[in-house]
Design a protein around this ligand. Sequence first.
Ligand code: TA6
Length: 266
Amino acid sequence: MIEECKWRGLDAIRLSNREGEATVTLNGAHVVSYRRAGGEELLWLSAKSHYAEGKPIRGGIPVCWPWFGPVQEPAHGVARISRWEFAGGTEREDGGTEGCFRLKSGDLEAELTVTAGRALRVELKTRWTGTGPMELTEALHTYFRISDIGKIWITGLENAPFVDKLTGETKTESAAIRIDRETDRVYHSSGTTELHDGGRTVRIAKRGSNSTVVWNPWRDKSIRMADFGDDEYPGMVCVETANAGADAVTLTPGEWHSITATIEEF
Ligand code: TA6
């Protein structure tokens, strides 16, 4: 089913079927909720988040585009604070329910396709219609709901080089990732990662992405963010499907570039 609805006062589209359900606000084409049939909410939302047109939502899957990070104002680009157009939906043969959202920003076009079913699939396509090459950085900045940051571990990034954004160093680690402090890492990796939380595993497979960002603000940074509760950090972790930093994508006029995250819970 594909329904227009209101979600915390925001215009949204709900995509639902026997296998799962997702909700996407037109503000930011922001996936704010996904659960598979019989499952619990996969995505984390801050109790302090803003829910207003033109403001970023703290949680869910912010679309960071056409730049990632504070490289320009606004941080993480314009997509997550812009109103996207809902361009229609499809009930797929494989049982998934798909919604397509579009945004035009100058000579850049973005198209986000969200598919809800047994898995959550998010594809962000970009086309540059200007002249000459254009450098793009981007992220599907996914916030995962977890039981406790001290109990989870992340696999799939062992031995992948990462930039530690807190120190600027480039390092590798051979072990699975466990988090016990503020963590902000941009891994150079095109591989699948898995988030392990007690008996549950969340698999994040991807295409067109050479960066995986792992982030938890811990307490001091949480206190500095007005839309993030001081003591909320233990309940979330970001594992982001991105092209960031040295993994920037150079677009030639007219070509479509695509990045996809497929998220499934076991
Ligand atoms: O993806 C991690 C990160 O780049 C962190 O450095 C932190 O800034 C986070 O994104 C949240 O950024 P935001 O602009 O949403 O507060």
